[in-house]
Design a protein around this ligand. Structure first.
Ligand code: PLP
Length: 385
């Protein structure tokens, strides 16, 4: 409990009271691309904003504290965060990733492995025996996305990191779906945690950004080198906005997950709905693992509408509050059709394997009044064939 109290306070205090010049309560935004140097034989912490920027540092320090890391890098997007991490690999290194990861992560990994940047294998990380078998190939890196986007499978992070330690494998976890308020992968033994800060961390659907945090000094040195060399860094203004959004993370995510649990139970009971994928439902295959390793079940869920694809199209058309959109993690509720949107680039075969059917819909549940959200879903289901 004291730990929880500390984290709650530290998220609200992100970037507060750090201004030494004027004692501004909210830390200022440093837009300057360059900083004056005292003399040609002198170096200072801030010289050029691609390398280091005070506002970006405020954000990385805040996320790093929440994730129990020692530091990291703020990047221009979640994809830039993944790009940065995979630059730790050499052409002979093997990276293992989940077969059902975010469609654009899947596409990036495939495209770079085809160019010879590294060797790549996708596995079912939800089966402990498959995981143990995969480590026999001595991978350099194991990528985890838990819960996975969009089918909400839950990987046992502690089990995977235990296997990884024995092989010297770096474990990197995409924590976008839960945020550090609900899961801290570094505490479960991972070496790297990363985010699309576009989502819950910023939380207002008005910034695209990313972040990578590590618990390892050597990895941090490499990450900082590649972030600077490749220029993957995020803009100071985006960092300022993300810090601003993050201060309400704890309030937002708890309200949104309360709503999500009620919606999952409502959909689970509805005769026009097939499977509901939400780890907060006791029948979900990852329920026990989620209970053990998460501080909540989160605000994301997926479900299938019964019958032909047309029923799914009709249902979405009838919604009034849930908006059809690509992103997630904002205060407003959104709905997504992964097969034609976020996971289209995966290809049909990989989608089928991952369970991304034409009837599957993903909800990012917001913080609106629960009655309005339930009414919206119910009226749209009632009008659906
Ligand atoms: N990881 C996950 C789980 C995502 O859902 C997304 C985007 O939807 C990303 C990474 C990529 O983030 P971004 O869109 O900020 O590049």
């Amino acid at each position: 409990m004291p730990q929880e109290k500390k984290r709650r306070t530290s998220v609200v205090q992100a970037g507060i009271g750090t201004d030494k010049a004027y004692k501004a309560v909210i830390s200022p935004l440093y837009m300057s691309s360059t900083f004056e140097i005292a003399g040609i034989d002198q170096r200072s912490t801030y010289e050029y904003s691609r390398t280091r920027n005070p506002t970006r540092d405020e954000l990385v320090n805040a996320i790093s504290t929440l994730e129990h890391g020692i530091g990291g890098c703020v990047t221009a997007s979640g994809m830039a965060a993944l790009t940065l991490i995979i630059h730790l690999l050499n052409p002979d290194d093997l990276i293992i990733a989940p077969f059902d990861c975010y469609g654009r992560s899947y596409r990036l990994l495939c495209a770079l492995s085809e160019k010879g940047h590294f060797k790549l294998e996708f596995i079912d990380q939800y089966d402990p025996a498959t995981v143990e078998e995969a480590f026999k190939a001595k991978p350099k890196m194991m990528l985890i996305e838990s819960p996975s986007n969009p089918v909400m499978r839950t990987a046992d992070i502690a089990h995977i990191t235990k296997c990884a330690k024995a092989c010297g494998t770096i474990v990197a976890v995409d924590n976008t779906f839960l945020s550090p308020m609900l899961q801290q992968p570094l505490k479960l033994g991972a070496d790297i945690v990363f985010h699309s800060t576009t989502k819950f961390l910023n939380g207002h659907s008005d910034v695209v950004g990313g972040c990578v945090v590590t618990s390892d000094k050597d990895i941090l040195t490499d990450l900082e080198f590649w972030a600077n060399s490749l220029g993957l860094i995020g803009a100071p203004f985006d960092s300022y906005m993300t810090l601003r959004g993050m201060r309400t993370l704890e309030l937002r995510i708890h309200r949104a997950q309360e709503n999500a649990q009620i919606i999952a139970e409502l959909l689970d009971q509805h005769d026009k709905v097939d499977t509901v994928y939400y780890p907060g439902l006791p029948a979900h295959p990852g329920h026990e693992v989620a209970k053990r390793q998460q501080d909540g079940f989160g605000a994301m869920l997926s479900f299938e509408i019964k019958g032909a694809k047309q029923n799914t199209i009709d249902f979405v058309d009838h919604l009034e509050i849930f908006r059809l959109a690509q992103s997630l993690g904002g205060t407003e509720s959104l709905i997504n059709h992964p097969a034609s949107m976020t996971h289209v680039s995966m290809g049909e075969e990989a989608r089928a394997k991952a369970g991304v059917t034409d009837q599957l819909l993903r909800l990012s549940v917001g913080v609106e009044h629960i009655d309005d959200l339930c009414d919206d879903l119910t009226q749209a289901l009632n009008k659906t064939g």
